[in-house]
Design a protein around this ligand. Structure first.
Ligand code: ATP
Length: 212
């Protein structure tokens, strides 16, 4: 049987329970062999006060430690320059081969911005997309994506067997948690506990991250 791998890309600044719960539910829903969190390098012009790449990677590693069924893929952070998702998927295809069933997971907000992504038209030649609802975002899907959704959507996970090319909207447990909200709580010296794993919060406190 072909290997089934899910990838959740993000800046994870910091990683939180919205990411982790969604990742776990996708893993079970699609009966994946592996689900990898893929922290991205932040382009220099988008730098914001937050954690650096090494700290974001440390936090993702802490979040998945133990028997969580989730892994970390650090290939984007090992590159010299920030990489585009399409290039990451090409690299993962080279690693896994053309038979592997690859799913790239993204939230509704990220999906609506897809037409701004580098070589976005090629993404579905490399993977299928799993689109997560985000209760904290109310965005209208761009026209060009409406057609794509109509043509490529699959709602039954049992049918999600193609190596690439499908779009699966997933109704997972809705968690209105964002890294932005966690950073602003910390900046106001309020506690974000229970929005993210304790090990990640302990790391943030030890390093003094996101404080004013
Ligand atoms: P920020 O608030 O800094 O923009 P974020 O919380 O959106 O961060 P990212 O690291 O940018 O986190 O997200 C990585 C991916 O996870 C994106 O595709 C995003 O849409 C998705 N995502 C983030 N939070 C949630 C959530 N609570 N529920 C579902 N998907 C989420």
């Amino acid at each position: 049987m072909s290997r089934r791998v899910g990838l959740l890309g993000g800046t994870f600044d910091p990683v939180h329970n919205g990411h982790l719960r969604s990742a776990l539910e996708v893993r079970e829903w699609l009966a994946l062999d592996e689900l990898r969190l893929v922290p991205s390098a932040r382009p220099p012009h988008r730098a914001i006060p937050g954690a650096n790449a090494e700290q974001r990677l440390d936090m993702v590693r802490l979040a998945v430690q133990g028997d969580t069924g989730l892994q970390v893929d650090d290939r984007e952070l090992l590159r010299e320059r920030p990489s585009y998702t399409v290039e990451t998927l090409e690299s993962i295809r080279t690693e896994l081969g053309s038979d592997a069933v690859v799913f790239f997971i993204l939230g509704w907000d990220a999906f609506c911005a897809l037409p701004t992504w580098h070589r976005w038209g090629e993404l579905l030649d490399l993977c299928s997309l799993v689109v997560l609802q985000r209760p904290d975002y109310d965005l209208e899907v761009p026209e060009v994506l409406k057609d794509l959704l109509a043509a490529r959507s699959v709602t039954d996970p049992g049918q999600a067997c193609a190596s690439f090319g499908e779009i699966m909207p997933l109704v997972q447990t809705p968690l209105a948690i964002s890294a932005t909200h966690i950073r602003s709580l910390l900046a106001e010296r309020r506690s974000p506990r229970f929005l993210l794993p304790d090990a990640v919060l302990d790391y943030i406190e030890t390093k003094g991250l996101y404080r004013p």
